[in-house]
Design a protein around this ligand. Structure first.
Ligand SMILES: [Fe+2]
Length: 197
């Protein structure tokens, strides 16, 4: 009975209309037919051709087809942390092998073959005992206000404009050299590693 209801199929074309019902063309038993892709709650994808799938005929009606696309051939790859250890979970992108890996000890690894973009509508908070950011070329912070503090005291940075002002400042009352005889020099009196502009 189940023989006609459940079959292996492959996706033959991806869904170009990924709206209410993601309908793909699938191939099974030498036939090509439309079928709706089905995913667990909160999961979604748009699998490309050749994704090996399981297709079900709902209520025994072979015209009422849904299918669960899989990627069994793609999961073992040098770019993926596979084979997995016991109890590990992996979410991955079959074509590029970008992934999120829930490891045996609870560590979560995020590894992208391209960019990683995180967007918060309000706040993004990172909290840990130690935070290390390593940028091979450039670490760029962009904001109208950048505040560094030690948990209570806000720390300020000298800007180029402040150094210029210092070097040109005069004392209307006289006494001190006008302008100062000793200039402030970027890189000598300031760091060039962390620099405000
Ligand atoms: Fe002065």
């Amino acid at each position: 009975m189940l023989k006609g209801l459940v079959r292996l199929a492959v996706v033959s074309s991806f869904s170009s209309d990924d709206k209410v019902f993601p309908i793909h063309k699938i191939e099974y038993m030498g036939k090509v037919a439309d079928a709706v892709a089905w995913y667990p709650f909160g999961f979604h994808a748009n699998p490309g051709p050749d994704a090996l799938s399981i297709f079900f005929a709902i209520g025994g009606n072979s015209e009422s087809r849904i299918f669960f696309p899989g990627s069994p051939e793609d999961r073992i790859d040098d770019l993926l942390p596979t084979p997995l250890a016991e109890n590990e979970v992996l979410l991955y992108h079959p074509p590029t092998k970008s992934y999120i890996h829930f490891k045996e000890d609870g560590t979560i690894d995020i590894n992208s073959q391209k960019d990683v973009n995180i967007t918060g509508a309000d706040n993004v908070t990172v909290t840990a005992d130690n935070v290390t950011i390593t940028a091979a070329t450039l670490l760029k912070l962009i904001s109208t206000l950048i505040e560094c503090d030690d948990g209570g005291t806000a720390l300020s940075l000298f800007t180029d404009a402040f150094v210029s002002k210092y070097n040109a400042h005069i004392h209307p009352g006289g006494g001190a050299p006008n302008p100062p005889s000793v200039s402030a020099v970027i890189g000598t009196d300031t760091t060039t590693v962390l620099k405000a502009e």
